[in-house]
Write a protein that binds this ligand. Structure first.
Ligand code: NAD
Length: 504
C-alpha cells in the first residue's frame, strides 16, 4: 500500500516533526516488505503503460506535473520549511530547481534516447546499425532529507522521462514532502497514477525496496548506508546509482575577487545550515588573499541570524543528532591547534531548536575531523596555502570527490584548476552553479559515489543501451560462416594489413 493510499495506517507508524518547534507534521505508515513489494508490482504494470506512451506523451504528462508543482509552490515550500526546517525562500529555490530539471528531462529525453542509426564500420559495411536507450522498468529511488524535493527529483524526473516507473522511499525525516510529491503526481497525471508512488518508513523500508525486484536503485544518502544498499543489491545483481556525501573544497587564487569569493563561500557553507552535500566545507586561500578573505568571511558570517522565524539566514539542524557531529568536529579542530575566527565551541542547543551558530575555523590541521570528515553543519575551515597548486593538492587529498569551487581572476587558470579538481562538478567564480544547469551531469567520484543524475548522462543512467544490426545485403563472401572459402582469412589479413599496418 503506498503512503498516499487509504488504509495504510493499519500498519506501524512513525511521526514526522518540525525540527524548530517539535510540532507534529504528520504520522506515516512504516511500510513493510510486503507493502513495498505490492507498490513495486503496481509500478511494474504502470511501467509498461508509461513506456508505451512514448516520448511525446510522457513529455506532456511531465509538463502537467511541473505545472502542478509550480501552481502549488508555496504550499510545498511551506511543508518543506516545516518538515526540514530551512527558510521558506530556500524551499522555493529548491522547488524551482526541481521544476527546471523536470522541464529539461521531459524536453530532452527523445533526442537523447530514441532509436538512431550509427556507422556500421568497415567489417559490417553491409549492415545497418541501430542504437537506442530503453527504459529499465521500475526504478527504486531512496532519498535523503536535506533537499527533500530537489535531490530525489534528480532521479525521479530523469527516470520517468526515460520511460520508467518509480517507487520512491523518502527519508524518514521528510516523509510528508515525499508523500506530497507522489500525491501531486497522481493528481496531475491521473491516467498513469502508479508511475510514481511513495513508500514511507525507516531504513528497513529502504532495504526492502532494494530487495523488491526493482531494476535499479538510485540511492542518495550517506556513504555507510550506500554500502548497505550496495550489499543488498549485490544479492540480485540490481544495479545502483550512488549519490553520497562530500567534503567539498574551494580554492581562492591570488587574483581572485576576494569579496565575491567570501560571499560565495559563506552561502556555500552556511545555507541550509550547512546540510548540503555539495556545500563548501573547506577553503584553501593563497597567502596573497588569505587575510582579506578571512576578514570578509568573518564579517559576513557575523551578520548571519539563524533561526526559524522570518528573515532567518538558515534554520535548525533537521536531525537533532547532527548537532553532536558538528560539535565534535568543532571541538576537535580547536583541540588540534586550529583557531576560531567566529563561533568556536557550539553553543548549547535549544529544547526543540537545534539551531547551531555558524563557525569559521582557521588553519585546522589536515588530519582533523573538521577537514577530513563530512561535517554537514554551518561551519567552514579556512587554510592558508602558498599558492593555488598547493590548494588543489590539499583539496584533492580526500576520499570524497563530489564537487567544489575555484575563484580565480584568470579564466584559463580557473578552468585548469577546476578541471584538475578530483570531483564530479566544479564551479568557477561561484558555488553550486552546476546543480542549476540541467544539461550538466551531477554525481561524484570516490566515496561520493558513482553514476550520474541530470543531463543526458542522467537520462541514460535509467536506461539500458540496446544495439541492433540489420543486414542490408549479403556479401559474396560471408566471413562468419563455415562455408567461407579458405582464401577468405588471408585476404582479410591483407586488407587489414593495408588499412592498419601502416600505423607505427
Ligand atoms: P542516510 O544514509 O542516513 O539515509 C538516506 C536514505 O536511506 C533514507 O531514506 C534512509 O531511510 C535510507 N536507508 C537507511 N538505511 C537503509 C538501508 N539499510 N537500506 C536502504 N535504505 C536505507 O542519509 P541522510 O542522513 O538522509 O542524508 C544525508 C547524506 O546524504 C549526507 O551524507 C549527504 O552528503 C548525502 N547527500 C548526497 C547527495 C548527492 O547528490 N550526492 C544529495 C543530498 C544528500
Amino acid at each position: 500500500m503506498s503512503a498516499n493510499a487509504p488504509g495504510a495506517a493499519e500498519q506501524d507508524t512513525f511521526r514526522s516533526t518540525d525540527p524548530a518547534s517539535g510540532e507534529l507534521v504528520g504520522v506515516f505508515p512504516v511500510q513493510d516488505a510486503a507493502a513495498v513489494e505490492a507498490a513495486v508490482a503496481r509500478a511494474r504494470v504502470a511501467a509498461e503503460a508509461w513506456a508505451a506512451l512514448g516520448f511525446g506523451e510522457r513529455r506532456l504528462r511531465l509538463a502537467a506535473y511541473r505545472g502542478y508543482l509550480a501552481r502549488r509552490m508555496n504550499e510545498l515550500a511551506d511543508l518543506v520549511h516545516r518538515e526540514n526546517g530551512k527558510p521558506h525562500d530556500d524551499a522555493v529555490l529548491e522547488i524551482t530547481l526541481a521544476i527546471d530539471h523536470l522541464a529539461w528531462a521531459g524536453a530532452h529525453a527523445a533526442r537523447t534516447l530514441r532509436l538512431r542509426r550509427v556507422a556500421p564500420g568497415l567489417l559490417a559495411a553491409n549492415h545497418a546499425a541501430y542504437l537506442e536507450y530503453q527504459p529499465l522498468g521500475v526504478v527504486g529511488v531512496i532519498g535523503p532529507w536535506n533537499y527533500p524535493v530537489f535531490t530525489p527529483m534528480g532521479s525521479i524526473a530523469y527516470a520517468l522521462a526515460a520511460g520508467n516507473a518509480v517507487v520512491f522511499k523518502p527519508s524518514e525525516h521528510t516523509p510528508a514532502v515525499g508523500a506530497w510529491l507522489a500525491r501531486a503526481w497522481q493528481a496531475a497525471v491521473p491516467d498513469c497514477p502508479d508511475a510514481l508512488q511513495a513508500v514511507t518508513g525507516l531504513g528497513e523500508t529502504g532495504a526492502a525496496l532494494c530487495r523488491a525486484g526493482v531494476d535499479k536503485v538510485a540511492f542518495t544518502g550517506s556513504a555507510p548506508t550506500g554500502r548497505r544498499v550496495m550489499a543488498a543489491c549485490a544479492q540480485t545483481l540490481t544495479p545502483v546509482l550512488m549519490e553520497l556525501g562530500g567534503k567539498d573544497a574551494m580554492i581562492v587564487d591570488d587574483d581572485a575577487d576576494v569579496a565575491a569569493a567570501a560571499n560565495a563561500a559563506v552561502w556555500g557553507a552556511m545555507s541550509n545550515a550547512g546540510q548540503t552535500c555539495i556545500g563548501i566545507e573547506r577553503v584553501y586561500a593563497t597567502s596573497a588573499v588569505y587575510d582579506a578573505f578571512v576578514r570578509e568571511v568573518t564579517e559576513q558570517v557575523a551578520g548571519l541570524r539563524p533561526g526559524s522565524g522570518p528573515g532567518a539566514a538558515y534554520g535548525p539542524m533537521t536531525m537533532a543528532s547532527q548537532t553532536d557531529v558538528v560539535r565534535r568536529h568543532t571541538d576537535d579542530a580547536l583541540a588540534d591547534g586550529g583557531t576560531a575566527a567566529l563561533g568556536g565551541p557550539v553553543p548549547g542547543t535549544q529544547a526543540h531548536g537545534n539551531v547551531i551558530a555558524p563557525a569559521v575555523l582557521l588553519d585546522v590541521p589536515e588530519s582533523s575531523a573538521a577537514v577530513r570528515e563530512e561535517t554537514f553543519g554551518p561551519t567552514i575551515t579556512i587554510t592558508r596555502v602558498a599558492d593555488a597548486e598547493e590548494g588543489l593538492a590539499r583539496a584533492n587529498a580526500t576520499s570524497y570527490g563530489l564537487a567544489g569551487s575555484v575563484f580565480a581572476g584568470s579564466r584559463s587558470r580557473g578552468l585548469s584548476l577546476a578541471r584538475r579538481m578530483r570531483s564530479g562538478m566544479t564551479s568557477v567564480n561561484s558555488v553550486l552553479t552546476f546543480a542549476s544547469v540541467p544539461a550538466l551531469p551531477f554525481g561524484g567520484v570516490g566515496e561520493s559515489g558513482f553514476g550520474r543524475i541530470h543531463g543526458a548522462d542522467g537520462l541514460k543512467e535509467f536506461t539500458r543501451a540496446k544495439a541492433v544490426t540489420r543486414q542490408r545485403f549479403p556479401l559474396p563472401v560471408d566471413l562468419m560462416s563455415f562455408r567461407r572459402p579458405a582464401s577468405a582469412a588471408p585476404a582479410l589479413a591483407r586488407v587489414i594489413g593495408v588499412v592498419h599496418g601502416r600505423h607505427r
